[in-house]
Design a protein. Structure first.
Length: 259
């Protein structure tokens, strides 16, 4: 391997537009819709915590999906520009598969149902490590630890379908932590959690930062992440502000977020 600098995430002039399929009779025409992201440039250094802020529909989730390869590997559209994960271009290179990225970049999606795959909580947490061939005793210890850490002890053998929204969120966070990827992307991970659950998540992020992980979080309650290295304001699919939290005027955020 080269001794090249290992920058976790570099986004270069990224523009993405979803496609809309319109059916009339037997004909399906695909029309382009206005871009959800336009000309995004971002470099995220190792060990930093970045909070993505922006009104609903501004493109935060779309950006997360581009960083994790879901766009354009699973969700197609018109994509221009580049996304590099540890120096490797993933958006234009069709030989890069999502499964290859899972040990480098973990993703807690806004909709937990989309990523729960197994029929018990413990099996679901174990799913990733099992696929990456971790030895069974290690998996057992890791799963037990994460179940306890996420307060899911009483639910270890429960079918995830029967969990509350907050429990599902804690389960998906555990699933990503189990893979110990260098980069973790959390898209509104605490939206269904109570104050205690949110505070616990903030502590987890602090621990991950201390461990040198690179973290991207989409969260409306961004003020709890005042220790972040950067707050990035996304507006109409563009970066409208990008600075350390203390350098971003509160009035700007309040105006943009209608709070
Ligand atoms: N699967 C999709 N197909 C078509 N348009 C979409 C899809 N997902 C999101 N969009 C549109 O892309 C824009 C950005 O959405 P999104 O990234 O979900 O914003 P945010 O996460 O900031 O609320 C919105 O206009 C939204 O309607
Ligand atoms: Mg979103």
């Amino acid at each position: 391997m080269s001794t090249e600098k290992r920058i976790p995430i570099e986004v270069r002039n990224l523009t993405f537009a979803y496609e809309r399929d319109e059916k009339s009779g037997t004909e399906t025409t695909t029309t382009a819709v206005p871009p959800a992201l336009s000309g995004i440039d971002l470099t995220i250094e190792s060990g930093t915590v970045v909070v993505l802020i922006g009104p609903s529909g501004s493109g935060k989730t779309t950006l997360c999906k581009c960083l994790t390869g879901i766009i354009p590997k699973l969700i197609k559209g018109n994509l221009d520009g580049e996304v590099l994960i540890f120096g490797r271009e993933i958006a234009q290179d069709s030989s890069v598969e999502i499964s290859m990225l899972s040990t480098q970049i973990g993703f807690v999606m806004q909709e937990p149902d989309h990523q729960i795959v197994m029929t018990t909580v413990e099996d679901d947490i174990a799913f990733g490590p099992e696929n990456s061939m971790m030895p069974s005793p290690e998996i057992r210890a890791l799963v037990d630890h994460l179940i306890a850490d996420m307060g899911l002890e009483a639910k270890a053998e429960t079918n995830p379908n029967n969990l509350s929204g907050g429990e599902k969120q804690r389960l998906t966070v555990a699933g990503v932590l189990a893979m110990e990827p260098e980069i973790m992307v959390f898209d509104e991970p605490v939206s269904s959690l109570d104050a205690v659950g949110k505070a616990h998540f903030v502590e987890i992020v602090k621990e991950l930062k201390a461990a040198g992980k690179t973290i991207i979080i989409v969260e409306h309650d961004y003020e709890v992440f005042d220790f972040a290295d950067r707050w990035i304001l996304i507006k109409d699919g563009r970066v409208a502000a990008d600075a350390i939290p203390s350098a971003i005027p509160k009035t700007l955020l309040e105006r943009e977020l209608w709070r």
